[in-house]
Write a protein that binds this ligand. Sequence first.
Ligand SMILES: Nc1ncnc2c1ncn2[C@@H]1O[C@H](COP(=O)(O)OP(=O)(O)O)[C@@H](O)[C@H]1O
Ligand SMILES: C[C@@](O)(CCOP(=O)(O)O)CC(=O)O
Ligand SMILES: [Mg+2]
Length: 305
Amino acid sequence: MITCSAPAKVYLFGEHAVVYNESAICCAVNIRTRVNIEYSENIVINSSLGTTGIDYEIHPYVSAVVDKIRKKSPYRGVSISIESDIPVGSGLGSSAAVVVATICAFNNLLKLGMDKESIASFGHSIEKEIQGAASATDTYVSTMGGTVAIPARRHLKNPLCNLVIGNTNVFSSTGQLVAKVASLKNIYPEVITPILSTIGKASLRGESLLENEDYRALGELMNVNQGLLEAIGVGCDELSRLIHSSRTAGALGAKITGAGGGGCMVALAENENIDAISREIKNAGGIPIVTGVTDSGVRVDFDNE
Ligand SMILES: Nc1ncnc2c1ncn2[C@@H]1O[C@H](COP(=O)(O)OP(=O)(O)O)[C@@H](O)[C@H]1O
Ligand SMILES: C[C@@](O)(CCOP(=O)(O)O)CC(=O)O
Ligand SMILES: [Mg+2]
């Protein structure tokens, strides 16, 4: 049996805009998905979503990995069992983490000899296949860990501040939200394109603020980014409540992370405000998760094959 795990991620800046090649800053965070794999008579995929064979309804991402690897290097069967601390369909990159950890597990079981760059780019091809348009950000950051400036893939200083995530517990499908932004951009290109490009500029400015450890300004620009995400239609009442409560409780900045339309927000917080922010997220109907950036991307946790 082999166990591989991969982390979730949050965007300090740039979700959605990054799909149109604008800049983004994305951090791997300390919440992980673990994938166990072993040889078996046939193909079994087990997760909190159910137990299936190859099944593009219930396990589209894992099924796509299984199919693609089988074409490259045929094998008889495997049993895959997934345990995850990352809420599914919540903007924390659960899809990227499960894809990257599954590829890593196959890589070790079948001795495919893939390096991390190949795992990340294989992961991106799967996200594109299932999600429709998809940036390479989630799969890259989940593979490599750390705080990464996109598109340069430059590792930045990890923020010394805390990250308080608030989960609305409202499921949102990334594919649908990406399609919604595409449709808005199609109808009003002269309005939406500059908004996406301004998000990219906020992100670029964020790179130097992060390097200078100017978290006050970083938070202020995260709030600007939030306004622009609202403008492209990916906000919702539940997210707004958590974002505004976090700011009232002292967050330096707070915004959606990931696709939006539900899912999670992230607040940048100094130590003394963590408890108040968590409490206010709870009072506003959300589930708080206090976390930090991890440098540990995808990894093998156990291998006795
Ligand atoms: N633990 C898991 N086990 C099986 N599939 C998962 C798991 N986590 C995520 N997925 C897959 O990823 C999908 C959610 O991906 P997505 O819509 O991109 O949201 P996000 O990546 O923000 O969580 C799920 O519907 C499921 O297909
Ligand atoms: C909206 C987007 O920028 C991020 C989506 O992240 P998540 O799947 O919601 O965790 C899409 C992408 O980059 O492919
Ligand atoms: Mg996803």
